[in-house]
Design a protein around this ligand. Structure first.
Ligand code: AMP
Ligand code: MN
Ligand code: MN
Length: 323
């Protein structure tokens, strides 16, 4: 039903905007650029695309990423016929683009987060999908969309990054089936792997080693966390969001770790939490702190300094007797 509504709303719209989430990752950017190609190829329409924060360098290889505008360049008074959010778990995760989403004649929410509350006029939310890229490929099959190599690269990259190269528990038979079908369009999987995972800067690797080196371990090492201060980022010449990408996973990789988290000090005096677990449901912890996400990968923005944020997180874990 929602799929047919999406099809007719694309057909009926003259101007369309695609939106990605704050601190963009491979899934939101791959899905946005993938949707751009899919709409261009199947409806002969050119969409606008917007990022609400800096695009990490590693994702600059995605086809059409150069057409993405920063929210600062957008006219926020514009009324689009159609705005499509991709991988945006909650409406506040697209920052000022929410103004454009709310104003649009039609709004679509395409996502895969369990905590998504169906905030769009049309909602295509599949919590069992590994990535929003996987939801988009389902749309390609349902609506018999033509899939170009550009679209395939984008959707495959979205799935690869959200499944940690098919390692995470969100990887299902359908994930593999769709990825196999995407490969058949001529993608080079090794090239995408290198672009997503073997393209870190030297500064980033040295900075992350420093953060791991000063990590704290609690409850017989079941909890592992580290704090990232603004001053440390400056010391290591790291600015921008992506320098902490993959850091939480590195703490989770320790055999004893059950819950890992990274608390990052933000300019506003708030803290950004990135949390991972092996088998404990941490989406509930992050939801209680005002955020959300998936069972084993979630996050939150806490209006407190890092030390206070750590205390709040540890309290939530303790109160629930999670480990
Ligand atoms: P991250 O640790 O930033 O990679 O986020 C892990 C997962 O949690 C991703 O799927 C995010 O979409 C989700 N997430 C992170 N921060 C928030 C937030 N403030 N609100 C809702 N979901 C979040
Ligand atoms: Mn995402
Ligand atoms: Mn995602």
């Amino acid at each position: 039903m929602a799929v047919e509504q999406l099809d007719s709303s694309i057909k009926n719209s003259k101007n369309i905007l695609l939106v990605s989430h704050i601190n963009p990752d491979g899934d939101t950017l791959g899905s946005m650029c993938g949707m751009y190609s899919l709409i261009k190829d199947n409806y002969k329409k050119i969409c606008d695309m917007v990022a609400v924060s800096k695009i990490p360098e590693v994702y600059k290889f995605l086809p059409n990423i150069d057409n993405v505008k920063n929210i600062g360049e957008m006219d926020l008074s514009r009324e689009y016929d159609l705005v499509i959010n991709l991988d945006v778990a909650a409406i506040d995760r697209c920052a000022d683009a929410q103004i454009l989403f709310d104003k649009a004649k039609c709004s679509v929410n395409i996502d895969h987060h369990e905590t998504n509350n169906n905030y769009g006029k049309i909602n295509i939310v599949e919590p069992f999908a590994s990535a929003t890229g996987e939801v988009l490929f389902r749309l390609c099959l349902d609506l018999k969309w033509k899939v170009s190599l550009d679209s395939a690269i984008c959707l495959y990259s979205a799935i690869v990054t959200d499944t940690g190269c098919f390692k995470f528990s969100n990887t299902t038979p359908r994930t593999m089936e769709y990825s196999g079908k995407l490969l058949a369009y001529g993608i080079d999987p090794s090239d995408i792997y290198k672009k997503c995972y073997e393209s870190s800067s030297k500064d980033m690797v040295l900075f992350q080693s420093y953060c791991i080196n000063k990590a704290k371990f609690l409850n017989n090492d079941k909890i592992a966390y580290t704090i990232v201060y603004k001053r440390d980022l400056e010391k290591f010449n790291c600015n921008g969001e992506d320098f902490t990408d993959g850091l939480t996973e590195k703490l989770r990789a320790i055999v004893s770790t059950q819950i890992a988290f990274v608390v990052k000090e933000l300019h506003s005096g708030s803290s950004k939490v990135s949390m991972r677990s092996k088998s404990i449901d941490i989406a509930q912890i992050c939801a209680a702190l005002g955020g959300g996400g998936h069972k084993f990968a979630a996050g939150a923005l806490i209006k407190a300094n890092p030390e206070k944020a750590v205390k709040m997180i540890l309290n939530e874990i303790e109160n629930r007797k999670l480990c």
